[in-house]
Design a protein around this ligand. Structure first.
Ligand code: KG4
Ligand code: ZN
Length: 366
């Protein structure tokens, strides 16, 4: 096994174009990304066609900027790692084709990285997390619990049977009239009213002994929020938008997310729905993590990763669950929670150390 490697990581699985350089001795030397949030914000979610086109435009510049920030010439790189699954096919293809072309032209080794595996190990980028640990992964596309027993060794314990938690925040934010991504605004509104449960939306319950203890489901919750808003007279099911209070502004702009004319009553409704939703999702996360800890009493830590791990309220709730068993909770810095190149370079690095290389037949899987 080589004792020193420098790996370039490339991540283009969704709406971020990201790259990073990881070295055995120095850790992350540089990490850069272009986020497409602005391009998708008025659509309520990521538009695949727009995402892949933007990936093509940005990838060369992002990789060049990353190498220059790391003060590394391509010739010093030992391997090029790229996320090849799961994700949007068109977006993944850009990164995979770019990485293959670069590896071929520069005579470098190629490593394929699973994007979810990269999220799982992102907690180890900055922290010394002991094994075995339980990893709660939650992003716009995935919500899953893993038991992690070593580098590259992990087992899926349970996942969502329908929507992802991040997607639920995005969809409800859209119902409330906010742009994509919805998670940050849901957290902000909930914080304004002290993270209280006003609406008491139903929690999906998984009875102990049912064999389904560690599964998640969010589609019922999303529907409950939708019909609650309809019942309150605040959502138009046909036109599919929030019904703003007309008294607030005579020329209310019909731009999603423009709250300049928001009435105080509308703001209260938005706060209460957002807060109730967040508490409900946090309750589900806390319950599943607690059940996983009961099932695996040898667990030495809990990690919380993925874009939703930027949510400090859910983080605090999971910290309390872990603390009851006297174990720590680790959350990556926000820049490593959302999609990034560092986690791909990091996983690519340990795969390269173990010579787990791909060849030129590396393809995307979605
Ligand atoms: O990991 P990520 O960048 O992309 C995917 O792989 O999907 O996660 C993006 C998701 C979005 O759904 C976004 O709303 C959510 O993470 N998110 C949050 C917060 N910040 C981002 N969800 C809850 N609270 C936040 N503060
Ligand atoms: Zn992700």
């Amino acid at each position: 096994m080589p004792d020193r490697l420098i790996v370039l990581g490339i991540e283009t699985s969704c709406d971020e174009t990201a790259a990073a350089v990881y070295s055995t001795r120095g850790g992350i030397l540089a990490s850069r990304l272009f986020s497409q949030t602005e391009l998708h914000k008025n659509y309520g979610g990521v538009v695949p066609e727009i995402a892949s086109r933007a990936q093509i435009e940005k990838i060369t510049g992002v990789v060049a900027e990353t190498l220059s920030a790391a003060q590394i010439d391509l010739s010093a790189i030992d391997a090029i790692a790229v996320a090849n699954t799961p994700g949007l096919a068109g977006s993944l293809l850009v990164g995979v084709c770019f990485a293959k072309a670069l590896a071929y032209a520069a005579g470098k080794k190629l490593v394929g990285v699973n994007h979810l595996e990269a999220h799982i190990f992102s907690a180890l980028l900055e922290h010394d997390v002991p094994f075995p640990h339980i990893c709660m992964t939650a992003s716009g596309g995935h919500t899953a619990l893993y038991r992690v027993t070593g580098f590259g060794e992990y087992e899926l314990l349970g996942q969502t049977t329908d929507d992802a938690a991040g997607e639920t925040f995005d969809k409800v934010a859209k119902m409330l009239g906010y742009p994509y991504p919805g998670g940050p605004i849901i957290e902000k509104l909930a914080g304004e009213v002290g993270f209280r449960d006003f609406c008491r939306y139903p929690r999906q319950k998984n009875p102990r002994g049912s064999g389904k203890e560690l599964l998640f489901s969010f589609s019922g919750l999303k529907t409950a929020v939708l019909y609650d808003l309809v019942k309150k007279g605040k959502y138009d099911l046909h036109e599919k938008h929030f019904i703003a209070d007309p008294a607030a502004c005579s020329a209310a702009p019909v731009i999603s997310g423009d709250m300049r004319c928001e009435s105080p009553a509308d703001h209260i409704i938005r706060q209460q729905v957002a807060s109730s939703l967040l508490v409900c999702v946090a309750d589900m996360f806390a319950d599943r993590v607690q059940q996983a800890l009961e099932k695996y009493p040898d667990t030495r830590a809990v990690t919380f990763v993925g874009g939703v791990a930027c949510n400090t309220y859910i983080g605090e709730r999971l910290k309390a669950v872990a603390a009851r068993r006297h174990i720590p909770l680790f959350i990556p810095s926000p820049r490593y929670c959302t999609d990034n190149g560092a986690m791909v370079a990091f996983v690519g690095h340990y795969k390269a150390l173990h010579s787990r290389f791909a060849d030129m037949s590396l393809d995307v899987l979605f």
